[in-house]
Write a protein that binds this ligand. Structure first.
Ligand code: ADP
Ligand code: MG
Length: 287
């Protein structure tokens, strides 16, 4: 039978906006020693600001328009930011043949013209030479009809509580914090060092994130548990692979909320340490 204090723990956590999907997760949570974070939408707001448009030939407004239209079917935070920067309603009838390639970007036809918008990996895949950019930020390269047209530099903002969240985990006895991201090294390293994260792995495809989590799982002691925290886009496989999957509930995708064991309703990473503390309190009452 399930001890009464477990119900109290789940109830108490839910009052704090932390949904724990079953009493078995309380024990696992209480033994968390590794916390692995996704970056975008988890430690950062996942709301990108468009900083600059560097172009070859076309004017900036036109490049932004093509990018926003080509991205119009994507639910990626980068796409949402480009729609916002474009600022005009999207005429979906101008867009066809949409293809989203996870960890790369999108390809679509706009007014019948092939457009590619994504990172350097997408350009390499398509055999299009691109300009490397020295600005710190996430770079979205744009190609129009197979020709390089320029790039948009966008930057994501760290959540106000992220630093405090990492410190609170250390304080709660978490031994190692890790950040995994598909974003470029320059951006990833800056975020990780600003937050005091122990290890960082960048430019990962979704399958690469699963591999990293598996390597961490096999390298640790059995009773030291690993939690993965993500916002969802492409995160479902990692969420289910971890000992404990924690999803951001407000911005997170339905698939992530489904795959997670714990859901943070307000997307605040400080809640991770709080949920570990709540779980330990219940376990202490029982044993
Ligand atoms: P993260 O690990 O930060 O959540 P993703 O795995 O979703 O990132 O994406 C990794 C990288 O792939 C992004 O930083 C971006 O360069 C590129 N990318 C993914 N989706 C898109 C998109 N819709 N438009 C442009 N670039 C994208
Ligand atoms: Mg993500």
């Amino acid at each position: 039978s399930i001890p009464l204090s477990f119900f109290a723990g789940i109830g108490g956590a839910s009052k704090e906006g932390i949904l724990i999907k079953g009493s078995n997760y309380l024990e696992t949570l209480s033994q968390t020693k590794y916390v692995v974070f996704d970056k975008t939408g988890t430690l950062t707001q996942g709301v990108f600001e468009v900083n600059a448009v560097h172009h070859n030939s076309l004017d900036e407004a036109k490049i932004l328009e093509y990018a926003a239209l080509a991205e119009s079917a994507s639910s990626h935070p980068i796409s949402k930011s480009l729609q916002k920067a474009y600022g005009k309603p999207i005429d979906r009838s101008r867009v066809s043949d949409i293809q989203e390639i996870s960890g790369h970007g999108v390809m679509a036809k706009v007014d019948g013209v092939p457009i590619a918008a994504g990172n350097h990996k997408l350009m390499e895949k398509l055999g299009i030479s691109y300009h490397s950019c020295h600005s710190v930020g996430t770079i979205v390269h744009i190609a129009i009809d197979g020709q390089y047209a320029g790039h948009i530099v966008i930057s994501d903002v760290i959540k106000p509580h992220s630093k405090e969240a990492v410190a609170a985990l250390k304080h709660a006895g978490v031994e190692k914090t890790v950040m995994l991201t598909g974003d470029v090294k320059k951006v990833a390293d800056r975020v990780a060092s600003e937050l005091g994260i122990d290890e960082v792995y960048s430019e990962l495809l979704p399958a690469g994130k699963v591999e990293k989590v598996e390597a961490l799982l096999s390298g640790k002691q059995k009773n030291a548990k690993l939690a993965f925290v993500g916002d969802g886009i492409n995160d479902a496989p990692v969420l289910s692979r971890a000992d404990i999957g924690i999803a951001m509930g407000a911005m997170g995708s339905d698939a992530a909320i489904e795959a997670a064991d714990v859901v943070l309703m307000d997307d605040d990473p400080v809640q991770i340490a709080k949920s570990i503390k709540i779980s330990r309190k219940c376990i202490r009452i029982v044993y």
